[in-house]
Design a protein around this ligand. Structure first.
Ligand SMILES: NC(=O)c1ccc[n+]([C@@H]2O[C@H](COP(=O)([O-])OP(=O)(O)OC[C@H]3O[C@@H](n4cnc5c(N)ncnc54)[C@H](O)[C@@H]3O)[C@@H](O)[C@H]2O)c1
Length: 221
């Protein structure tokens, strides 16, 4: 089994790469990363120590995939992951990485008939609709109520049938746009795909900053 993890020096990517190698030592795991995120470079020695092969590359450049052999599975965990990215009027890096780069990853997976796992986000759900939701105040937290003005939400949380109309941040939009393209590759090119909408993941080796990884940053401060 050969696995390519894009964003493999990032928090999620490196955690996955190392745990895959620890659980399945015979797997060959490649971590491709352009080291845009400050601190990701600190993960390179950890990856190497666990037998993960680090490849310095950028998913925006199709040629950078030439350095990787054919793999069985691609885990797309690279991103500009900040919800605030692009809101200052400069969305190019965000769109070119989170959307165009994801398409490059998909085409690489298609070329090798590899399975494709995408790290998406709960940020695909529109901000203003979320703001209409009913909460109850419990002893230690606010919890979603069962009575709600829209479908797809209950005390169990938000589900895939939550309405998707409305603005959600440029970050969330690049992720939703990628999800739509992934579904087309699944349907029309028979690519095996998984879309995993994650939210507020945190833990050791996350290089937290104000706009991403806030839990770790908060604890560090
Ligand atoms: N951490 C969370 O709470 C969370 C929540 C929902 C979704 N996600 C998604 O999970 C994935 C991983 O997030 P993370 O928390 O590990 O973020 P991270 O910033 O730690 O990791 C992303 C990695 O991608 C790399 N990268 C950025 N642009 C690249 C490019 N053009 N080419 C190659 N590599 C590039 C960065 O250098 C970084 O190492 C992302 O897709 C993110 O959107 C994360």
């Amino acid at each position: 089994m050969k696995i390519l993890i894009t964003g493999g020096a990032g928090f999620v990517g490196s955690s996955l790469a190392i745990s895959l190698k620890m659980n399945y030592p015979h797997y060959e795991v490649f971590a491709l990363d352009n080291l845009k995120r400050r601190g990701s470079e600190l993960n390179i020695s950890r990856l190497k120590k666990h037998g993960v092969e680090f490849v310095h590359g950028d998913i925006r450049n199709k040629e950078d995939f030439d350095a990787i052999p054919a793999v069985d599975t691609v885990i797309e965990a690279s991103a500009e992951p900040s919800v605030l990215a692009g809101l200052d009027g400069t969305p190019d890096y965000l769109i070119n990485t989170n959307l165009v780069g994801t398409v490059n990853c998909l085409n690489y997976a298609l070329k090798h008939k590899a399975g494709f796992i995408f790290l998406s986000t709960s940020r695909v759900y529109p901000i203003k609709t979320i703001e209409t939701l009913n909460f109850v105040e419990e002893e230690t937290r606010f919890a979603l109520s069962d009575e709600q003005p829209v479908p797809g939400v209950s005390s169990k949380g938000i589900a895939e049938d939550f309405p998707l109309n409305g603005a959600r941040s440029l970050y969330g939009t690049t992720k939703l746009a990628s999800e739509l393209i992934i579904q087309e590759y699944n349907e029309f090119y028979n690519l095996k795909t998984v879309i995993n909408r994650c939210g507020v993941i945190t833990g050791p080796w996350q290089m937290g900053k104000v706009d991403q990884g806030v839990m770790v940053l908060w604890i560090a401060k």
